[in-house]
Ligand binder design. Structure first.
Ligand SMILES: C=C(O[C@@H]1C=C(C(=O)O)C=C[C@H]1O)C(=O)O
Length: 271
């Protein structure tokens, strides 16, 4: 499970109500979860959607679950000392915690804006004075947004929506093909639990905010506004958005051509 507060509307309920000793949950940054899922150290991972596009033969995407935003996301920012058009040849530091947003920022800068910066990957918590722009995601981005070290701040969900008219799917709940085949029943149980937790999390959103906002730290009202903008479903428009994003990645040679069509794992009807 991603260890940012954007998973809290599902994960806080999970931690409180799921009592299965045999279901071990590992919390980490998205890039670490991607590595572990790819290595077979996890059976199911809330991972960067980019991870699926790199190794689609290994995974299926669990129906109706994601971390998405339909417009501004509030925690995926390119902080910059220059406007986007001024980033040609300049240094852009990409957080090592992300795969999806790191590829998205390249699509935005190179395909939409038409500039070619020089990228580096690293820890955005210690931002060097010489970098022109920094991509931060998740809790780190929420923290950086509370400072004013950069003149410009671009929300990647907002730019994607403006350019494509679509929401953006940052993370998917991916399951390893092997596990799908060998543990179909258990997978269905876990899938139902995720959906149950999400429904309850939505009802208890304010309470959840009061619990997780101090982690940033941020105001409870701001946390509520932030988490209301994060969507955890994978409806038809979001699938279209994933296809559009993967289309760019395939054309740029960054993703496997087999990333399309999407392989969605449907939850079997309850007995
Ligand atoms: C919206 C977010 O989505 C995240 C972005 C990810 C990425 O860029 O690879 C992966 C998982 C999500 O937690 C965020 O963390 O701010």
């Amino acid at each position: 499970m991603v260890n940012y507060i954007n998973t809290a509307p599902i994960y806080e309920v999970w931690k409180e109500t799921v009592r299965r000793q045999d279901w071990l949950v590992h919390e980490d940054a998205p890039a670490a979860l991607c590595r572990m899922l790819a290595a077979g150290e996890l059976d199911i991972g809330v991972v960067s959607s980019f991870e699926y596009s790199e190794r689609p033969e290994n995974y299926r995407i669990m129906e109706d679950l994601s971390i998405s935003a339909n417009g501004p996301v509030g925690s995926v920012f390119l902080f910059s000392r220059e406007p986007l058009e001024g980033l040609d040849g300049r240094s852009v530091l990409l957080t090592s915690q992300s795969k999806t947003s790191a590829a998205l920022v390249r699509v935005i800068l190179e395909e939409f804006v038409g500039v070619r910066p020089v990228y580096a990957t690293g820890d955005t918590r210690t931002v060097a004075a010489q970098v022109t722009a920094v991509l931060a995601i998740g809790d780190d981005a929420l923290r950086l947004a509370r400072e004013d070290r950069f003149r410009y701040r671009y929300d990647l969900g907002e730019i994607w929506k403006r350019e494509t008219g679509l929401p953006f799917v940052f993370a998917v709940f991916a399951v390893r093909e092997e596990y799908c085949r060998s543990h179909a029943g258990e997978l269905a149980e876990i899938h139902r639990e995720f959906l149950r937790c999400r429904a309850r999390g939505r009802e208890e959103m304010y309470l959840i905010c009061s619990r997780v906002a101090p982690r940033i730290p941020m105001d409870c009202e701001d946390c509520y506004a932030y988490l209301r903008a994060i969507e955890h479903d994978l409806g038809a428009e979001k699938q279209l958005a994933l296809e559009k994003y993967f289309g760019y990645l395939i054309a740029r040679g960054e993703a496997s051509a087999a990333a399309l069509p999407l392989k969605i794992h449907r939850l079997p009807a309850a007995a």
